[in-house]
Design a protein around this ligand. Sequence first.
Ligand SMILES: NC(=O)c1ccc[n+]([C@@H]2O[C@H](COP(=O)([O-])OP(=O)(O)OC[C@H]3O[C@@H](n4cnc5c(N)ncnc54)[C@H](OP(=O)(O)O)[C@@H]3O)[C@@H](O)[C@H]2O)c1
Length: 254
Amino acid sequence: MAYWSNKVVMITGASSGIGKGIALELASRGAHLGLLARREELLQEIVDEVKNGKAVAAAADVRDVKAVREAADRFRKELGPIDVLIANAGIGTSDHATRLTPEHAEKVIGINVLGAVNSVGAVLPEMVERGQGRLVAISSLAAYRGLAKSAAYCASKAALTAYFESLRIDLRNTGVGVSIIHPGFIKTDLTSGREAKMPYLMELETGVKKIVAGIEKEKAIYAFPWQLATIVRASMLMPSAMYDWIAARNSFRE
Ligand SMILES: NC(=O)c1ccc[n+]([C@@H]2O[C@H](COP(=O)([O-])OP(=O)(O)OC[C@H]3O[C@@H](n4cnc5c(N)ncnc54)[C@H](OP(=O)(O)O)[C@@H]3O)[C@@H](O)[C@H]2O)c1
C-alpha cells in the first residue's frame, strides 16, 4: 500500500482492459494517475470513478511523439513529477503470414513498440535528473518465441522486451529502475471472441494484481502465470523442427 501512496503514475492504454484495471487498483492504493489513450470518454469515466487520489485524462495516440510529450507535461503540471511510467498501450493481431500486410505490421509495431519508445522519451529525462523513477513495459509471454498468426505481435513484444532490457542496463546507477512484465492470457477485449482454448487464461483482476505486485517488488522481469511461463521458457531450448510442430498445432488466435 505505502509503495503507491502519493506516487504519480502515467499509464498508457488506460481506457480499457489491463490499463484500466491497473489504474483503478493503483488509485485504491493512493496513487495519482496520468491516464493516456485515444478514447477520451472512457478515460473520463475512470477519472470520475477515482475516489482516493487525483486522476487526469489526456487523449493521445502513442504513435504521436508530440502528443505523448504534451500529455506527460500536463500530468506533471497537474499532478507533479512522474514517478512511474506503465507503457501498456498495445494491440493484437491474428493474421496468417499470407494475409499479413506490411501496413498492418507497421501499425502493430508502431503502437506496441514505438508507442512505448515515445512514452519513455516523455518521462525519462526528468526521471534521470531527479535520480528516481521506474519504467514498466507490459510485454507478453509472446515475446519469447514466434507463435501462429502472430508475426507482427510476437515481433513487437520481443522488440519491446529487448528495448526495455537495454534501457535497464544503461540506467544502472541512475536511480531509475526498469521492470518488464510478461503476462500470459488475461480476459480483456484483446483476447475476447477467440474460440481457441487459451491455457491458464486469467481473470482481469487476477492479472492486474499480479502485475501490480511485480512492479511493487521492482522485479527486473516478471513472467506469469508460472506454469505457462515455465513452458514458454522451456520451449526456447527446443530445436526449431520440434517447436514448429508443437506451435503449429497450438494456435491461440482462432
Ligand atoms: N490480454 C492479454 O491476454 C495480454 C497478455 C499479454 C500482454 N498483453 C498486453 O497488455 C496490454 C493491454 O492489453 P489489453 O489486453 O488490456 O487490451 P485492450 O483492452 O484492448 O487495451 C488496449 C489499450 O491500449 C490502448 N491503445 C491501443 N492503441 C493505442 C494508441 N494508438 N494510442 C494510445 N492507446 C492505444 C487502448 O486505448 P484506446 O483504444 O482508447 O486508444 C486500450 O486502452 C497490451 O500491450 C497487450 O499486448 C495483454
